[in-house]
Design a protein around this ligand. Structure first.
Ligand SMILES: Nc1ncnc2c1ncn2[C@@H]1O[C@H](COP(=O)(O)OP(=O)(O)OP(=O)(O)O)[C@@H](O)[C@H]1O
Length: 277
């Protein structure tokens, strides 16, 4: 679906945000893109849809080079930025004008999603709250049926019931021809939705694995003390030490994305060793 090879990129001539970054995304998956503030998550999403260009290396998305901004490519990709900016129109006018650009745009689906988010298609966008505008943007993005859906912090600004609705909607939207990449710090909002985790750190991808393989290789446990030599990372909690261990005994455990992220940042060499074995 998308291949990034040996990517070098920076906004300034001598400062590189990415160095030799490789990434492969497959259709049928919902990826969670994680990284610290400033790691370059939004920049990477922008690169995937051809809004910024690499200095070296290549990006290929379903046989297109996003840099060329070919209409047939742009019709198949949709990026929802963290801060949405919608035009001063009624929702229905917005959908009519912009939907024309996307051959796969499904008006009925758009109406349905608006209803699920309790929005009225006759409302004027300028009368909506920030969270409501975000819902319009996400609904439109999903209704385009784009192959590649890129969402930057989609749950920011959404109220608690809407986060659950968004999870349900995205889970129902994914199919074997499409791929969703969600950049987020709010990992708990997307728990049980994301099926693959990408961690971006220091200009490179240090982890790109599906959740099954992660729990095959790692165990997430609450320990009363750090007794096991397999502990890769631990942090205190009221219940005990929240710990990430190498899963040498094939134990079943539930993935804790936040803990995984902290383990990957704090103990990168060991995490790399385990997944590259
Ligand atoms: N248009 C721009 N011009 C110059 N520098 C930029 C631009 N956009 C982003 N940057 C810089 O690139 C770096 C990565 O920014 P980016 O927004 O991609 O990171 P991020 O991982 O999405 O961060 P956050 O989690 O804080 O949203 C930051 O140091 C930022 O200041």
């Amino acid at each position: 679906m998308l291949n990034i090879y040996q990517l070098k990129f920076g906004y300034k001539a001598k400062q590189h945000l990415f160095e030799k970054l490789d990434l492969e995304l497959s259709a049928g998956h919902i990826y969670g893109l994680l990284g610290k503030n400033g790691a370059g998550k939004s920049s990477l999403l922008r690169m995937m849809c051809g809004l910024v260009f690499p200095k070296e290396g290549s990006v290929e998305a379903f046989a297109f080079n996003p840099m060329q901004r070919h209409p047939a490519f742009l019709q198949q990709v949709f990026f929802v930025p963290e801060e949405v900016e919608l035009p001063n129109l009624k929702i229905k006018q917005f959908a009519k004008i912009n939907g024309a650009f996307y051959p796969g745009f499904d008006r009925e689906k758009f109406n349905l999603l608006l209803t699920e988010f309790e929005l009225n298609i006759d409302s004027h966008i300028k009368d909506l709250s920030y969270g409501q505008q975000k819902k319009v943007s996400i609904s439109f993005a999903i209704a385009t049926n784009a192959k590649l859906l890129l969402l930057d912090e989609p749950t920011n600004g959404l109220d608690i019931p809407s986060k659950a609705q968004l999870r349900k909607i995205l889970a129902g939207h994914i199919n074997e021809d499409s791929c969703i990449v969600i950049s987020t710090h709010q990992v708990r909002d997307l728990d049980n939705l994301i099926d693959s985790i990408i961690i971006l750190e220091n200009g490179a991808i240090i982890l790109n694995e599906n959740t099954e393989r992660i729990t095959e290789k790692l165990a997430f446990k609450v320990l009363q003390q750090e007794t096991s030599s397999n502990v890769l990372y631990a942090e205190p909690s009221l219940a005990g030490q929240l710990s990430v261990l190498e899963n040498t005994r094939n134990e079943a455990s539930k993935l804790d994305i936040e803990l995984l992220f902290n383990a990957a940042i704090e103990n990168k060499p060991e995490i790399l060793r385990i997944f590259n074995n």
